[in-house]
Ligand binder design. Structure first.
Ligand code: PLP
Length: 463
């Protein structure tokens, strides 16, 4: 059973002491040079349901569910118990030459949820390693099939696909590349499909046509025989919760199929209930990818696990090549981890036993309560799908011009929200919301009220 923090052996430290140790020894993710290796971030003591408790003992709604991942909520007894039970039964086995029961059973369950024919899974340790695996598999596939030239990868501005080298090379946010090296020569970037930022006066239909034509022209210019894959998040998450215009994804999918370009849907955020389904590709967007990457919500963040669903036909193609000895020299010590897979199986039970249906039922309320924030002059657009939403702030409602970065609007809103009982995820001019799927209507109302007050307070500060 989950123990309360005060019952834990290591829990004698004050928040200040923990922060001081972190400041001295921890390298935090996404640090800046000014504070790298010398930064303490806000202490979180514990979590329970949709709430986390901070250093002062205040309960805050976990607006981003950690990092889009704590889908069934914090302190779930069933997930905690299954983790313990599996560790006592088998805590680890080498995937190099053995198989465990949870990983096989999970593979079968996942194949049942994936689009027809996408029947295999390769497990990883998280989202970056899932994307890395999908891209390296594409390279291997085309090498073995005698098409070594067909390996360029098409990605999009605004995308986020991870922090390992090849996956990070697909990222499309400027800050991901400003100071970092990448495999630029292997990537082609298309425009970000952001309806809010489409050219003024252009209809949504014309905008979709424009985006599709850009991809078609790119294929023609570069040559289909040089492009191995397209990778895209069905809804761009860290790029600002960008829902593409209607028809965009199916038409991108069709172009890929026409030119034998593998379509990789990066569902690290959108899978496992965030949009009300185990995988969103087919159910929400009507597309059947060749590969689907997943992580985060697969274990509700309780254990680091990710993976790639892969179309089974691709393995047949490989078996029919003339290179029987060609090895896909790619594997991870923690591939198929028995504890991660056992947690994922229990997590799937919870989703299937009602949480997916409840998420679908409550999503409209969540979206409409947040949409109402557009009445505030600072808010340019609230957009989203399922239980993910982005609130984009702008200089004014007429121009919708972005605010200058030095105003740090996202951070200001977050500060006010925290004082009122809500954690948000600030993203420059935006707040991103993706609460645990267990959130109820009243809690959504509270969240929306706190956001309203906090954005209004931020607005007052700026005048
Ligand atoms: N892909 C997407 C769409 C993501 O949002 C993320 C992380 O936020 C990743 C990949 C990388 O996942 P991880 O941080 O688990 O490596």
């Amino acid at each position: 059973m989950a123990a309360k923090r005060e019952e834990m052996e290591f829990a004698g430290n004050t928040p200040n002491a923990v922060e001081a140790i972190a400041e001295k020894h921890l390298v935090q993710p996404w640090p800046v040079s000014e504070t790298i290796g010398a930064e303490a971030r806000g202490f979180i003591e514990s979590g329970d349901g949709i709430y986390v408790t901070d250093a002062e003992g205040r309960r805050l709604i976990d607006g981003p569910a950690g990092m889009w991942c704590v889908n069934v909520g914090h302190r779930n007894k069933e997930l905690s118990q299954v983790m313990y039970d599996q560790a006592m039964a088998l805590s680890y086995n080498s995937p190099w030459y053995t198989t465990n029961e949870p990983s096989a059973l999970l593979a079968e369950r996942l194949a049942g949820h994936a689009p027809e024919g996408v029947g295999h899974v390769f497990y990883t340790t998280g989202g970056s390693s899932a994307v890395e695996t999908a891209l390296r598999f594409m390279q291997f596939y085309n090498n073995v099939r005698g098409r070594p030239e067909k390996k360029l990868i098409v990605s999009r501005e605004g995308a986020y696909h991870g922090s390992t080298y090849l996956a990070a090379s697909m990222n499309g946010r400027p800050r991901d590349h400003d100071w970092m090296d990448s495999a630029k020569e292997q990537v082609i970037k298309l425009s970000c499909p952001n309806p809010f930022r489409r050219p003024k006066g252009m209809t949504l239909e014309a905008y979709t046509d424009f985006l599709i034509e850009e991809f078609r022209a790119t294929i023609e210019k570069v040559g289909a025989d040089r492009i191995g894959a397209f990778i895209g998040e069905p809804v761009m998450a860290s790029g600002g919760v960008i829902v593409p215009p209607p028809g965009y994804l199916p038409r991108m999918r069709a172009l890929c199929a026409e030119h034998e370009i593998l379509f990789i849907a990066d569902e690290v955020v959108t899978a496992f209930g965030r949009l009300g389904h185990v995988f969103a590709s087919k159910e929400v967007f009507g597309i059947e990818p060749d590969m689907i990457t997943f992580a985060k919500g697969v274990t509700s963040g309780y254990f680091p696990l990710g993976g790639v669903m892969i179309r089974s036909k691709l393995f047949e193609d490989l078996r029919q090549s003339n290179h029987n000895d060609a090895m896909f020299a790619h594997g991870l010590t923690y591939s198929s981890h028995p504890i991660g897979c056992a947690v994922a199986l229990k997590n799937l039970d919870i989703l299937e036993d009602g949480l997916l249906a409840e998420t679908r039922a409550i999503s409209d309320h969540f979206q409409s309560r947040l949409k109402a924030l557009e009445e505030l002059p600072l808010v340019g657009e609230v957009r989203g799908l399922g239980l993910m939403a982005g609130i984009e702030c702008v200089a004014d409602h007429v121009s919708n011009n972005p605010l200058t970065l030095d105003l740090e609007v996202g951070k200001r809103i977050d500060r006010h929200c925290q004082a009122l009982g809500l954690l948000v995820r600030p993203l420059i001019n935006m707040c991103v919301m993706s609460p645990p799927l267990t959130i109820n209507r009243d809690q959504i109302d509270t969240m929306a009220e706190i956001l309203h007050k906090s954005i209004a307070l931020t607005q007052d500060e700026l005048v």
